[in-house]
Write a protein that binds this ligand. Structure first.
Ligand code: PLP
Length: 369
């Protein structure tokens, strides 16, 4: 097998998804399984669907089309607002999209009429994180305008927090979303099928002590399923596997060298160089991995090793006292930023394994392995 490669344990991903689906179900909250970090991986989408997610979420139409080509027929939600120029492809590929601009919904409406389809629209509301969202005061007016358009159906409302400004999803902003859902319904005399509270960052609220879920009936979960982590504090979520996806790379140099550079030093290829620590002579390993493959600041080196720095194509490790041989493989854990870049790099292969999940107790919890 080639390296670098992502090893994707489908059993672990399915176990994570199932655990979250099972914990949220008693609250009346369904899960949209977000595969966007995988660029539309059919294998991962199938695993999430088998685990009980109600739909697949993707943020780019190209990835939605990859899912369709791979035979995924489940409902797909486009998480990022469609671009008007891609409205035709969005209507053809995705049943639902998240929207904040009437002009975009009008483009979807025109495309839907041409294609004789109905495209479902979820209107995203701004609750303080200042990424996408309609200001609450404008919501009812825009919802009313959407209802007048042919070819589109107003499916619900939603919100996204924590991604731009780090605004924490909590009882207060979730209650505001519930209140907004109720005003849209009562002012317009309609029923909203979906009130989507947010992403993985909402799990602290949803799985916390007695949340008042109000009208929230959907969460769009990506990172928590793939990495087992809560994005707010980057801490493991109890019972989830954090090693479902690992990155394997190959050693191309392994030598004892002085730990301090010599000669005049200035900026390195990527800004100020890391501050070296003098540890005398030490084993250094160079791995065939670089910034074109991964975010080196977001990888976790194996026990006993540490990342010293990285350039485009080289990642330098302090190899500790168990130096790897040239040609040996080194396995890294990944944060979300590292995962995203590795999935997007044309140089990183993927292998899928599907070790059967080891099922834990009644709550669907998985033992740490
Ligand atoms: C990426 C994204 C999600 C999923 O976020 P995670 O933190 O990976 O759970 C949900 N909603 C929207 C709008 C997104 O862009």
């Amino acid at each position: 097998v080639t390296a670098p490669r992502l090893e994707i344990d489908l059993g672990a991903i399915g176990g994570n998804a199932r655990a979250l689906v099972d914990r949220l179900a008693p609250l009346g909250i369904g899960v949209t399984g977000v595969t966007k970090a995988t660029l539309g991986s059919v294998e991962v989408a199938q695993e999430l669907l088998a685990a009980g997610v109600s739909a697949i979420g993707e943020s780019r139409i190209e990835s939605v089309e990859a899912l369709r080509r791979g035979g995924i027929v489940a409902p797909v939600v486009l998480l990022r607002s469609p671009t008007p120029s891609q409205a035709d492809r969005v209507v053809a590929g995705a049943e639902v999209s998240l929207n904040t601009e009437l002009d975009v919904v009008a483009a979807l409406s025109a495309a839907a009429v041409t294609q004789r389809r109905t495209h479902a629209v979820v209107l995203m509301v701004e609750l303080g994180d200042l990424r996408e969202g309609i200001l609450p005061a404008d919501l009812v007016g825009i919802a009313r305008a959407v209802l007048r358009l042919p070819g589109t159906a107003l499916r619900g409302i939603g919100a996204n927090l924590a991604c731009q400004s780090g605004t924490v999803p909590d009882g207060r902003n979730m209650a505001e979303l519930t209140g907004l859902a109720r005003s849209v319904e009562s002012d317009l005399g309609i029923h909203l099928d979906v009130v989507s509270g947010g992403g993985s960052a909402n799990l602290g609220w949803a799985l916390g002590p007695s949340p008042d879920v109000g009208r929230i009936d959907d969460l769009r979960l990506g990172e928590a399923i793939l990495l087992g982590c809560d994005p707010l504090r980057r801490r493991p979520i109890e019972g989830l596997r954090t090693d479902a996806i690992t990155l394997v790379a190959e050693v191309i140099e392994s030598k004892v060298k002085p730990s301090l550079p010599w000669g005049d030093t200035a900026e390195s290829a990527f800004g100020p160089p890391p501050t070296p620590v003098d540890r005398g002579h030490a084993w250094r390993a160079v791995v065939a991995l670089g910034r074109q493959d991964v975010d080196p600041d977001d990888v976790v080196a194996p026990e006993g090793m540490a990342v010293l720095g990285a350039s485009s194509d080289h990642l330098v490790l302090d190899a500790g006292d168990r130096p790897p041989a040239v040609g040996a493989e080194v396995r890294f854990g990944l944060g979300y930023s590292a995962l995203l870049r590795a999935m997007t790099s044309p140089f990183v292969a993927r292998t899928y394994t599907s070790a059967p999940p080891v099922r834990g107790g009644g709550s669907g919890a998985l033992p740490q392995m």
